[in-house]
Design a protein around this ligand. Structure first.
Ligand code: NAD
Length: 334
């Protein structure tokens, strides 16, 4: 099958080509998928897209007009796809539901450790010949309360790792996970999780219901000096509210792997350019903020699994077999 791969980076090409072994005709395009770039996919039955590709009604119409019949997402989240429009156009959508929950969970814990022990600052200091400890004071994770919001595949692993550090675990999820309860976590209402947690880590999907889950009201209900970690989706956090929380000291630490306006920034080398996003630029000024550019998934294991599942989805579609990882619009939702 002819597949147009958008937002291609050298590592995408490497892992997809390794897994493909010449089965499908893969064409690699560097630009994001957008109305301006969608015509590149004309004549390709399948389009392979990533987290910051835009798959709204307009783009999907252009793709359908060009003969595309399958959207093969090489990611788990599908918040960037207008599923109702896809259904109306007869476009099928498949994703990679799990490729390495460990990769993301371990990165979230990495942010917690780095922020707490100020490893980012210590690294810079020591390279400058500054061996002073003032300003680097951390705290023991043992005995601290960690609140895990969303205890699916990734949240459950985060809970397991933090239990290993001796953290007390609180959790919030509309569908409690027995594995997390077995780790000693207590499911509580969000309000209680906000009020009692020293560390809050987000692992729920971005949906209309979770957009700006962390807003000014949520920040106000948190413990002073709380550590907030978001490796899920940028839209879960109202960045302006969090900046106010950082300025007042209410938020003591912020670790982000995702950002609500990341599509214009992340995955690109912009080191020679002036950043135009003032909100993001403000975030970069805080000593107690660490931002990584959506790299939580970025391990060898994850990239191998992403490539093999994406190509299996394409092969199933081509062979007329059921699409095990199909995503569909919920009935009645536009
Ligand atoms: P999952 O589907 O296994 O788990 C998500 C959990 O969130 C489910 O248990 C669900 O019940 C719960 N949930 C739904 N609505 C909720 C709400 N309002 N409040 C609390 N919990 C809620 O998904 P996963 O594989 O664990 O992935 C979690 C998220 O991580 C994904 O949605 C994706 O956005 C993000 N992610 C980020 C990266 C990265 O590189 N940074 C990589 C993969 C996934």
């Amino acid at each position: 099958m002819r597949v147009a791969v958008f937002s291609t980076k050298p590592y995408d090409r490497r892992f997809l080509e390794e897994a493909n072994q010449g089965r499908h005709a893969l064409a690699f395009f560097e630009p994001h998928l957008a109305p301006e770039t969608a015509p590149l996919a004309a004549g390709f039955a399948a389009v392979c897209a990533f987290v910051n590709d835009l798959l709204d009604g307009e783009v999907l119409r252009l793709l359908a007009r060009g003969g595309t019949r399958l959207i093969a997402l090489r990611c788990a989240g599908f918040n960037n796809v207008d599923l109702a429009a896809a259904a109306e156009l007869g476009l099928r959508v498949a994703r990679v539901p799990a490729y390495s929950p460990h990769a993301v969970a371990e990165h979230a814990v990495g942010l917690i450790l780095a922020l707490n022990r100020k490893i980012h600052r210590a690294y810079a200091r020591v390279r400058e010949g500054n061996f002073a400890l003032e300003g680097l004071l951390g705290f023991d994770l043992d005995g601290k309360t960690a609140g895990v919001v969303g205890t699916g595949k990734i949240g459950a692993i985060v809970a397991r790792i933090l239990a290993g550090f001796g953290c007390r675990l609180l959790a919030f999820d509309p569908f409690p996970n027995p594995e997390v309860v077995a780790r000693g976590a207590r499911y509580v209402p969000l309000e209680e999780l906000y009020a009692a947690s020293d560390i809050i880590t987000l692992h729920c999907p971005l949906t209309p219901g979770t957009h700006h889950l962390i807003d000014a009201g949520a920040v106000a209900r948190m413990k002073p000096g709380v550590m907030l970690i978001n490796t899920s989706r940028g839209g879960l956090v109202d960045t302006r509210a969090v900046i106010e929380g950082l300025k007042s000291g209410k938020i003591g630490f912020l670790g982000l792997d995702v950002y609500e306006e990341e599509a214009d920034l992340f995955f690109e080398d912009l080191s020679g350019q002036v950043i135009q996003d003032d909100v993001f630029a403000r975030l970069l000024t805080f000593p107690n903020v660490i931002i990584t550019s959506h790299q939580a998934f970025f391990t060898e294991e994850a990239l191998r699994n992403i490539a093999s599942t994406t190509l299996a989805n394409i092969a199933d579609f081509e062979g007329g077999r059921p699409l095990a990882h199909e995503v569909r619009a919920q009935r009645g939702k536009r």
